[in-house]
Design a protein around this ligand. Structure first.
Ligand SMILES: Nc1ncnc2c1ncn2[C@@H]1O[C@H](COP(=O)(O)OP(=O)(O)OP(=O)(O)O)[C@@H](O)[C@H]1O
Ligand SMILES: [Mg+2]
Length: 579
């Protein structure tokens, strides 16, 4: 049964046009007004920029607040860079010149990007507080004692972990009457928080929003990162063999998983939502333990980000918006790290607010604003095959939960067939697949181990091909094409496809290049004229452009507008001042 969500006022018209619809859910007027009021106030706020004096005042206040917590319990004067000197300094590296420097955690850690002109090589240096021998001794001492304290004492779940840790350190300094100056104190606190609460040595990298991936390929070799501006760069972080083993074990523990020589390979999600793949020891990777982290972005990417970055055009997004709202199924295909999952998550904001959604993933990556959503994650076996729950199991279970929208993280195996069966029986599905082209997608779907029969592939509506590519010498992510599956040619038995949008790499533009069967279907289904369809596309494009222009990219606000539009289109347009 399909559910439709409409506001009361438009219900009469809706019932007349859709006599077969069994259930109509009414949406509260207040929700619409609230979402809109938030957007309007955000626009106003952005337009009313703070003067430099106010900004400085705000900053000072923030800093003071932070230091207040740090000093709780003992007397330490606030850190003042002019009086106490810098906490971290960047050592020089022969042959390299610094080209950029930025804070990772002010005033403790910063990144400096070094460049060697002769070798055309970049380095990413993490610079943290340097410790003299005395400070090192204090750090070791406190660390050891802290371990005992933390094991013995219960953690209060209602108090911030960092605050509790700092209090414990302060208590120790008091009890043992350690005489330390403010600089040493702040450095010690930095390392304690870094190691006990965050990710130890990797913390600065985890804090850098410009880093997409972090990979450690073994001991004794630098950790590599994929930096948004400098691509693959090596860092000054290196693990020793034993240190790396215990680090990987602790990462597994942090993710609630178990890694051992018997089961040396684990996929997991870190507490902050980052995806991690790790191996332990030399069983499967000859150069010792390894890990690769796909970092989670604090702020989910919305269709507005993708428009602003040029990955999709506003017209393409308007097209996807209409298609998604009208239950068209999609697959995002592309190479590794081409942005498939990100795009899939972003366009999921177009799913009607109260629709029932089930998502299925190996590691949790998706984040939706919808409340009627069951996020499911596969589970590894305990021993042999016992207790294993794979995508196929989850998908079969999902179908019994009567979802309207099914999101599958990535299809690789037999679950794909079930997914296509779900599509054929009226569910709308979104998924990602590793393939570089439309023919590549079809080839992968039809052949082992996926094996979807060709007539079933017809149930899929749209394929988006995404790639990391170059434009004007810059590395970018682009949606290369949006192609629809039209039908199966009755004579040749070939699948007919039609490319609706294509990216022009020379001009870096997305163009509508073909007819859309999906839009044609929607038009018929909704009883729209061609003019009405064009009008609908146009209005949505304008809303998306308005949000992009005003820099409203925040996930809650964007979904607020989208959902409000689904209920009260005219009101949204009026409030946003769009014709
Ligand atoms: N359109 C985009 N523009 C810029 N950066 C992007 C874009 N899409 C994704 N990213 C960034 O690229 C990285 C990889 O994205 P994502 O995880 O979506 O890729 P993927 O294709 O699903 O990768 P995988 O094949 O590993 O599953 C992330 O750090 C993400 O923030
Ligand atoms: Mg992915």
């Amino acid at each position: 049964m399909m559910l439709h969500y409409y506001h009361k006022d438009s219900m009469k018209l809706f019932r007349r046009k859709n006599p077969g619809v069994q259930q109509v859910i009414e949406v509260e007027k207040d929700e619409v007004s609230q979402a809109l009021a938030e957007v309007v106030s955000e626009v106003e706020k952005k337009e009313k920029k703070l003067g430099w004096k106010e900004r400085r005042k705000e900053k000072k206040k923030e800093k003071k607040e932070k230091l207040k917590i740090r000093r709780k319990g003992i007397e330490v004067e606030p850190y003042d860079p002019e009086k106490h000197g810098e906490l971290a300094i960047a050592p020089e590296v022969e042959g390299y010149k610094e080209v950029e420097r930025y804070w990772l955690e002010k005033p403790y850690a910063f990144a400096s990007i070094l460049f060697n002109e002769d070798e055309n090589d970049y380095l990413y240096q993490v610079n943290e507080p340097t410790l003299n021998p005395f400070e090192m001794e204090v750090r070791n001492e406190i660390e050891e004692k802290l371990r005992d304290v933390l094991i013995l004492e219960e953690v209060n779940p209602f108090v911030d972990k960092e605050e509790q840790l700092i209090e414990a350190v302060n208590q120790m300094i008091k009890d043992f009457r350690i005489k330390i100056d403010p600089v040493t104190y702040y450095k010690i606190i930095y390392y304690m928080v870094r190691d006990f609460i965050h990710y130890g040595k990797l913390t600065p990298l985890m804090k850098d929003p410009l880093i997409e991936d972090i990979s450690c390929n073994g001991y004794g070799i630098p950790v590599y990162v994929f930096h948004r501006n400098y691509m693959n760069v090596s860092t000054n972080i290196v693990f020793e063999e034993e240190e790396l083993n215990s680090y990987v074990i602790s990462l597994a523990q942090k993710s609630g998983k178990h890694i051992s020589i018997a089961e040396p390979m684990v996929d997991a999600s870190l507490p902050d939502g980052s995806r991690i793949q790790m191996t332990l020891g030399k069983e499967v990777t000859s150069h010792g333990s390894t890990f690769t982290i796909r970092k989670f972005r604090d702020e989910p990417i919305t269709p507005i980000h993708l428009i602003k970055w040029g990955t999709f055009s506003s017209e393409e997004m308007a097209y996807l918006w209409i298609c998604i709202e009208n239950s068209k199924s999609l697959i995002f295909a592309g190479g590794t790290a081409s942005g498939k999952t990100t795009s899939m998550n972003a366009i999921s904001l177009f799913i009607p607010k109260k629709a029932k959604i089930v998502s299925i993933e190996d590691t949790r990556e998706l984040m939706l604003p919808h409340e009627n959503w069951i996020p499911a994650v596969t589970r590894d076996a305990f021993q042999g095959e016992i207790g294993k729950i794979d995508m196929y199991d989850l998908l079969r279970a999902a179908l019994r939960q009567r979802p309207e929208y099914i999101l599958v993280g990535e299809v690789r195996g037999k679950e794909a067939l079930t997914l296509f069966q779900a599509m054929a029986t009226g569910h709308t599905t979104y998924s990602t697949l590793h393939a570089d082209s439309v023919s590549g997608v079809i080839h992968r779907l039809e052949n082992p181990p996926i094996n979807v029969p060709r007539p079933m592939i017809e149930a899929l509506d749209i394929i988006s091909i995404q790639a990391q590519t170059y434009t004007g010498g810059k590395r970018v992510r682009r949606n290369i094409e949006l192609t629809e599956i039209v039908d199966l040619d009755p004579h040749t038995k070939m699948l007919r496809t039609s490319t609706v949008f294509a990216w022009d790499s020379v001009k870096d533009e997305h163009k509508m290049v073909g007819n859309s069967k999906a839009l044609e279907d929607i038009k018929t289904h909704r009883g729209w004229t061609t003019k009405e369809l064009e009008f609908e596309m146009d209005r949505r494009r304008k809303i998306l452009e308005f949000l992009a222009e005003k820099d409203i990219m925040d996930y809650k606000r964007v979904s607020g507008v989208v959902h409000a539009y689904q209920n009260k289109p005219d009101k949204v347009l009026k409030q946003l001042g769009i014709e």
